[in-house]
Design a protein around this ligand. Sequence first.
Ligand code: AVJ
Ligand code: FE
Length: 443
Amino acid sequence: ADRTDPATLREAIATELLAARDRTAGLTDCVEDHDLTAQHSPLMSPLVWDLAHIGNQEELWLLRNVGGHDPMHPEIDPLYDAFEHPRAERPSLPLLPPDEARRYAHEVRGRVLDLLEASPLEGAPLLDAGFAFGMIAQHEQQHDETMLITHQLRQGAAVLAAPPPPAVPADRLPAEVLVPAGPFTMGTDTEPWALDNERPAHRVELPAYWLDTVPVTNAAYLAFVEDGGYREPRWWTPAGWEHRAQAGLTAPLFWSRDGGQWLRRRFGTVEPVPPDEPVLHVSWYEADAYARWAGRRLPTEAEWEKAARFDPASGRSRRYPWGDEPPAAEHANLGQRHLQPAPAGSYPEGTAPCGARQLIGDVWEWTASDFLPYPGFAPWPYKEYSEVFFGPEYKVLRGGSFAVAPVACRGTFRNWDYPVRRQIFAGFRTARSADAASGTEGA
Ligand code: AVJ
Ligand code: FE
């Protein structure tokens, strides 16, 4: 589709906005009102907060900032400003009740669709290529992932259902792939809906490294658990060990042991831990300790992006591992089509030029890197999207999970969180430098 044609772009935007709202409805219409207003974890907002916050951000950016409309209900703005009230406090705020939150988001959307029809989609930075509309579609999908995390933390019977991912092909894959030394282009100047932290494009020179072909599986992670990895300080950083001890960590979040069997809870269902699935719900500290135990390390963010985007044949960086076409069902496990990661080795059509699989979709991948601005970073369109989070307290995650929508996922997309966080849909893969000191096997 030619997105330089305004009618085509308008239709693409309307489709993305509708997809986000369908997903929001699916996550909020399946539970009773008390489940929408309850706090299922102090880490999360009540679902009804996310619902009205989605509408409030859409009103702010599209109706007020793009359309020049007056605020619809200025008195509610502070309730839905994420910086005014920490998540743990939100249940005690005078939030809009579920029906009013739904009605508000619906009214905003009606006016937004009128605005979209009338908008030239060019001539102002917020409008160019429909940026503000794309940002809002991504924002709603990001909160849908947040709401799915709340569902995972919620106690009680399952309310969500989805088919399992397709069966894994029987390919015999090497354990790791080599990415030769050399420069590549990291970040973007051309991705129309990229957020500020993905910009600008810049050259990064990397030495050669080996990267796991697939994310670390439950079976591999279990070997670390059973080898006493959680009792052995030498695998952990000092901060990681201190956190492990204080939080009493012994296995990934949602895992439990029943006699000799490891079980996991997933959206209200308890089932045996599937050995071939990428490990999920581990903190950065656990990922980092596993890597050290395995004689490896987490990849840097630049290593992750080069593996996911660099095409040695053309010398350029792709939008996705498989090329520049947007994600289709055969490329990656995205969009909450499934409620779990696909087994390691799935999605051969999504393979990167270096041979790595599942870089996009399935699980967010922790990287070794702190969340920092690229050289030449400029906050856009607001400082609170990225700039206020830059620094060593946050680690970068890449690639997106099964819960990430295609509109909010690409080879340049950067996510970040505290290294203690485990409720997010995060796993990891490991790397090692390919210098002489690390051995040359496979070369
Ligand atoms: C990019 C996922 C860290 O959820 O805090 C949502 C996205 N920003 N509303 C978050 C976001 C504002 C953000 N993350
Ligand atoms: Fe938000």
